[in-house]
Design a protein around this ligand. Structure first.
Ligand code: ATP
Ligand code: MG
Length: 760
């Protein structure tokens, strides 16, 4: 490759420390630096430098990033910098690179030429078959759990033969399953994700020609987000580098957030030992965020004790304060976000400048609902929208069947989820019968179950389950129906048994579905929206309306590729990214930090996750928490996250602009007060004397008289919820929303025109 004559543009935009790292001679380097200090930028420039100035062939470079998106961006940026296409360069994720290597060397790796990749679901299914083939019960040995264990072994580079028999019965069975699973994979030419890495590692370690080839080839190995590499990935890098290759790793121990998936932050320390002469480079200037955001992040992370220690500063000016919003509930929170987003968009921000980050993906549901209503295009990054998630579709299939037995799609989905011993052959037979007599699957099953051979009994039981459920739920509230369906159909148990983080997320989503149903019962506005396509239609019964709502929300609303839209994602998925405006929602104890982290006392990783979240913001950061959040259909009082107190108070301004009247025990307060660490006292057990300000529209009018002639604080009666007190109004006329705290039923948000409230 022709070295670039003029290297000025390459280094012109780098500070001295960055320049030093980029232009260093080929020795091992560890760039250890905080968020937004240009680590990724340095890595990209380093590659460009190697190619353009040092004359290194792109073939000699191996670059590892965290996502495929990051990999393609990296390639694009390098090409832009040096103006030469670099298709031949290996840049990708660990899995991507392992896959590429195994396709090239399938024979040496002992694989079939056309080996197939088992995705996570297929893997669990295969493990389950293996368990059964060993005459073990998959009740006692839950396939998902066993799969998790097998993957964890692989991530530590352990094959069955490496696992000592410790005289432990459980371990012995696990090893037995692992062994049989390996055989099953080999026989069918299958490779799971963890196996891709392990196989590539073993190939590079054990086959001398391959090892020699890649060591000769990859003289320069560069790794982004190094703090989140696991043991196996680290070992693989080491084998590939050998004695000749140079390592250039960039990372930030304060952003290590994947230990629950086997990531080992110790790899940063290990690198210095294993690669003699490693120079550690520190970058201290942050180019991403305002002074305020950075100060907040620094203040927070200083509370962690387990740190390698770094400084970060910026000269980009203080910028605006972080806005903290104490939402009344999760809807109020979502509306706050949507309103602020609208302001930013009107103020010429692009939609894609705005991002919402949350701890648990179940939180997306309410946000999605409000964004759809506000007609703000959005996309969920790295995940599915709420109503498209597998477990939600499962539960909805049952609800749909209750509603309409002839819904064949739902029948197909529900009949064997969870597994009820109704196999593919029986289903095929059932479809034939249905086709032949032009009836639905349900009718076919009812009329001709006997023709289904061994599955006949199971099918009949399934029909009975649906009929029984229908009977039992006749006069039940929608949320109770949903709850019962999730329990009685075995869905909850099915996902509970799966164990692991994904199963946990699925259970949270199922709970969120119950919450959705609950707010649907009590929120005529949502029901009206579901029916609003045709205002002349009779009012829908709650189940129909809810199903309509679910169908509408899982349709075409998500922005298409390339469309300018706001981004929603979990905090984990936001690693490495940056946005001018960031909203972090649900900053509450039990949610963030998660309950489990609190229980296990593992707060440092959660704090790092918050640090990652804060440092995604360039210009403006919003934080919010809800005082009341519906979890599992039940309203729970939330306390603001303990992490909020750790953010330096001068960085934050707290607002509570909307709801509220004086609450018992709370004095009056200015609508916008400079935050002093008290967080209004509500739910946090502190500061009486903090109260929610009046909503502007009400405060301005005399005597707090609101729509419908009701007053704030007035006692009212609702036909269903009984007696309560009015907490707030929003809007005017019949569509005004009114928040009432009912003595027994808790706080509800009602549309005045539908609420049938009687003043007391
Ligand atoms: P993270 O820890 O979040 O992955 P990082 O350390 O990788 O962050 P980058 O994403 O590389 O940081 O850089 C953060 C932002 O600062 C980017 O927008 C980048 O273009 C910009 N930046 C970095 N260094 C400089 C510089 N010397 N001059 C101008 N902008 C810079
Ligand atoms: Mg980065």
């Amino acid at each position: 490759m022709q070295p670039l004559a003029d290297i000025t543009p390459l280094v012109a935009s780098l500070n001295p420390a960055q320049k030093e790292a980029v232009t260093a001679p080929p020795e091992h380097r560890l760039v250890l630096a905080g968020a937004g200090s240009g680590k990724t930028r340095v890595l990209v420039h380093r590659i460009a430098w190697l190619i353009a100035v040092e004359g290194v062939s792109p073939l000699s470079i191996l670059a590892v990033t965290f996502t495929n998106k990051a990999a393609s961006e990296m390639r694009g940026r390098i090409e832009q910098l040096i103006n030469v296409p670099i298709r031949s360069m290996w840049v990708g994720t660990f899995h991507g690179i392992a896959h590429r290597m195994l396709r090239l060397h399938w024979k040496e790796a002992g694989l079939a030429q056309n080996f197939q990749i088992l995705d996570a679901d297929d893997q669990v299914r295969l493990v389950k078959r293996v368990i059964r083939s060993l005459d073990l019960s998959d009740e006692q040995w839950p396939p998902k759990m066993v799969t998790g264990w097998i993957n964890a072994q692989k991530e530590e580079a352990r094959r069955p033969q490496h696992l000592a028999d410790l005289g432990d019965f459980t371990q012995r069975q696990y090893v037995r399953i692992y062994t049989a699973y390996e055989q099953a994979c080999a026989q069918s030419g299958m490779v799971d994700f963890a196996e891709l890495l392990l196989r590539a590692f073993e190939l590079s370690r054990d086959v001398p020609e391959i090892q020699a080839h890649y060591r000769r080839r990859f003289r320069h190995i560069l790794v982004d987000e190094f703090q989140d590499t696991n043991t196996l990935q680290y070992l693989w890098l080491k084998v590939l580098a050998g004695d000749q290759g140079t390592m250039f790793a960039v990372g930030d121990d304060d952003q290590s957030i994947y230990s629950w998936r086997g990531a080992r932050v110790e790899n940063m320390v290990r690198l210095e030992k294993d690669f003699p002469g490693t120079e550690v480079v520190r970058l201290e200037q942050n180019y991403r965020s305002t002074g305020t955001i950075l100060k907040a992040a620094n203040g927070l992370i200083a509370k962690n004790t387990n740190r390698l220690g770094k400084n970060l500063w910026t000269d980009s000016g203080e910028g605006e304060q972080i806005q903290l919003y104490a939402a009344f509930n999760e809807y109020d929170e979502a509306e706050f976000v949507a309103n602020r987003m609208r302001e930013h968009i009107e103020g010429r921000s692009r939609h894609s400048d705005l991002a919402i980050l949350y701890r648990s993906n179940a939180q997306s549901r309410v946000l999605e609902e409000i964004l759809i209503r506000a007609r703000i295009p959005y996309r969920i990054y790295g995940g599915l929208r709420f109503f498209e998630r597998q477990e939600i579709k499962d539960a909805l299939a049952y609800l749909r069947l209750l509603h309409n037995r002839d819904d064949d799609t739902s029948f197909e989905r529900a009949v064997n989820t969870p597994a009820r011993g109704i196999g593919a052959t029986s289903m095929e037979r059932l479809r034939e019968i249905a086709r032949a007599s032009s009836v639905s699957l349900w009718m076919a099953a009812k009329n001709a179950a006997a023709q289904l051979g061994r599955s006949a009994g199971n099918v009949t039981q399934f029909l009975k389950l649906i009929d029984d459920l229908q009977h039992e739920t006749r006069d039940m509230e929608l949320s109770k129906v949903t709850e019962l369906v999730i329990a009685r159909t075995g869905l909850r148990e099915h996902y509970r048994k799966e164990k692991g983080e994904q199963a946990e997320a699925r259970l949270e989503n199922l709970d969120e579905l119950i919450s959705a149903a609950r707010s649907f019962e009590t929120d005529p506005a949502a029901r009206a929206a579901a029916a609003s396509e045709n205002p002349d239609e009779p009012v829908l019964d709650p189940l129909t309306a809810f199903l309509t709502h679910a169908a509408l929300e899982s349709g075409e609303e998500q922005a298409g590729p390339g469309e300018d839209c706001v981004q929603l994602m979990t905090l984990h998925a936001a690693k490495g990214l940056e946005f001018p405006v960031v909203f972090i929602v649900g900053v509450e104890n039990g949610l963030f930090p998660s309950m489990r982290a609190v229980d296990e006392g593992n707060l440092e990783e959660e704090r790092r996750l918050f640090y990652v979240g804060i440092t995604r913001a360039r210009r403006k950061l919003y934080l919010s928490y809800a005082e009341i959040r519906r979890v599992h259909g039940v309203e729970q009082i939330g306390a603001p996250s303990m992490f909020l107190k750790e953010v330096p108070s001068e960085c934050v301004v707290e607002t509570r602009p909307r709801a509220g009247i004086l609450r018992p025990g709370f004095g009056s307060r200015e609508p916008q007060s400079s935050y002093r660490g008290g967080y209004g006292g509500y739910g946090s057990g502190g500061a009486p004397g903090a109260a929610r300000p009046l909503p502007r529209s009400i405060a301005a009018s005399s005597g707090g008289l609101g729509p419908g002639g009701f007053r704030l604080g007035q006692r009212v009666e609702h036909p269903k919820f009984g007696e309560g007190t009015i907490l707030s109004f929003d809007g005017d006329g019949d569509r005004a929303q009114i928040e009432v705290k009912f003595r027994d039923a808790g706080v509800k948000r009602l549309v005045l025109g539908f609420a049938n409230l009687r003043g007391l």
